[in-house]
Design a protein around this ligand. Structure first.
Ligand code: AMP
Ligand code: GLY
Length: 424
């Protein structure tokens, strides 16, 4: 199999690492990739949203399967263009990628399919939205309708905070077109978990659950980020809760997408709130989470490439996945300043020493090579994963590996997995 992975983060490094281990793999490329990925794949200097150039590359190099990491190329129609070119794409059409691209769309699908989710209303007029918030009271959640790079959600503890978010999005245009309409929804209470399902349009296979750490600061404080760490499995997503989420959330969503004539293929990432009434859907994403992917894939014993092909070919009904009983803890090492502008920085040392810690894996995210040196090139720079028989051991491995790094301009959270360890 000749495979092209798209993206340049820690998630794509983990995907390339897992695909490189497949006995079915003949050749692996990654566009644009990063210096860590270069150990497994040939890098292709094409940006992730240049759909025409990606399709041309895949055609010219007889690629059998394209695996997009981020959502942007999917929302831009990469899967549709590849289908026209007769090339498999492990990811949804632009129409099905609306499950991530538009909050209103997701809410409409959820309501049509009877999926448990927070009650909601959509507004374009600020005054109407503010009046609704005053009527409902706080806590309440205000969301920009479009893609806003993780900045579009305000969980407001007070009515004033909710009103300010509405004014900023609808009147001041703080998020541009993404905030031209807002969804206001009831605030759900519980533990959050990310659930991943491999989907072939009709069938879904549980890939497992993880818990992300979205806030930049320890104890889940400070601004939201793309994710500062994740661990898996999470004790909060019990086998029973995962089963309920597959039956009441994932399967009904797939059936509704089929009914609409836009079946969903790829990874369906359900952001869940585990409430006292069972799992409720917060949001869908149409891809692997980052850093959840880096935590999940090291536990997969089955051939990832075979699984992705089965999803593309509608053959998941007869497919099974094997998982290790190990736990993993993934720690994101970021550049000081993140999630704002990263501070200037020197090179990163100790990468080989970190990777040599038994049970540790070092995935590159925002890095670039300058001669023999690896320099940071972004906010989230590395994901260091520890494996072990339980979360505490996996976490010790991850932090031992992080401690081997020599990079004074970097920082990381020291408490990844704290909710699980506190509840144990
Ligand atoms: P999202 O961008 O939709 O993932 O939302 C970001 C974060 O906001 C989620 O991870 C939750 O922590 C929180 N959130 C979103 N919707 C709700 C809700 N209805 N109730 C409580 N928290 C929410
Ligand atoms: N870590 C959450 C995400 O990838 O969206």
């Amino acid at each position: 199999m000749r495979v092209l992975v798209i993206g340049s983060g820690g998630r794509e490094h983990a995907l390339c690492w897992a695909l490189a281990a497949s006995p079915m793999l003949e050749k692996l490329w990654c566009a644009p990739g990063n210096p860590g990925i270069a150990a497994h794949a040939e890098l292709v200097p094409v940006p992730v949203t240049d759909v025409a150039a990606l399709v041309a590359f895949a055609r010219d190099h007889a690629v059998d399967l394209v695996v997009p990491g981020p959502e942007a190329p999917l929302v831009a129609g990469l899967a549709d263009a590849l289908k026209e070119a007769g090339i498999r794409c492990f990811g949804p059409s632009a129409a099905a990628a609306q499950l991530e691209g538009s909050k209103t769309f997701t809410k409409e699908v959820a309501d049509a399919a009877g999926i448990p989710t927070a009650r909601w209303e959509r507004f374009e007029e600020a005054e109407e939205a503010r009046a609704f918030v005053r009527l409902r009271g706080a806590p309440i959640v205000v969301k920009a309708d479009g893609l806003a790079a993780g900045k579009g959600v305000v969980v407001a503890a007070t009515v004033e905070e909710a009103e300010a978010a509405i004014t900023a999005m609808l009147e001041d245009g703080s998020l541009g077109a993404a905030g031209a309409s807002v969804v206001i929804e009831e605030c759900l209470i519980g533990e959050e978990a990310s659930l991943f399902a491999l989907c072939d349009g009709e069938h879904a296979l549980l890939l497992g659950g993880a818990q992300d750490h979205k806030r930049v600061g320890e104890g889940d404080t400070g601004p939201n980020t793309g994710g500062m760490g994740a661990y898996t499995p999470t004790p909060f997503l019990t086998a029973e809760a995962a089963d309920a989420a597959m039956k009441r959330i994932v399967m009904p969503a797939l059936a509704e997408m089929v009914r609409r004539g836009t079946p969903f293929r790829g990874v369906l990432f359900a952001g869940l709130m585990l409430t006292s009434d069972g799992p409720q859907l917060i949001e869908f994403n149409v891809r692997f989470g980052d850093p959840e992917c880096q935590a999940l894939l090291p536990r997969l014993k089955s051939d990832l490439l075979a699984a992705l092909l089965a999803a593309c070919d509608g053959e998941l009904g007869a497919f099974d996945l094997r998982w290790s009983d190990d736990a993993t803890v993934a720690v994101v090492v970021a550049a000081k300043g993140y999630p704002g502008t990263p501070e200037p920085s020197g090179p990163i040392g100790g990468l080989d020493e970190a990777a040599a810690v038994p049970g540790a894996l070092v995935f590159h995210a925002g890095t670039t090579r300058r001669g023999d040196e690896i320099h940071p090139a972004g906010g989230r720079v590395l994901t260091v994963v520890g494996r072990g028989p339980d979360i505490q051991t996996a976490r010790d491995v991850a932090y031992r590996a992080v401690a081997a790094l020599r990079w004074p301009e970097g920082f990381f959270r020291r408490d990844i997995g704290w909710r699980a360890l506190r509840s144990a």
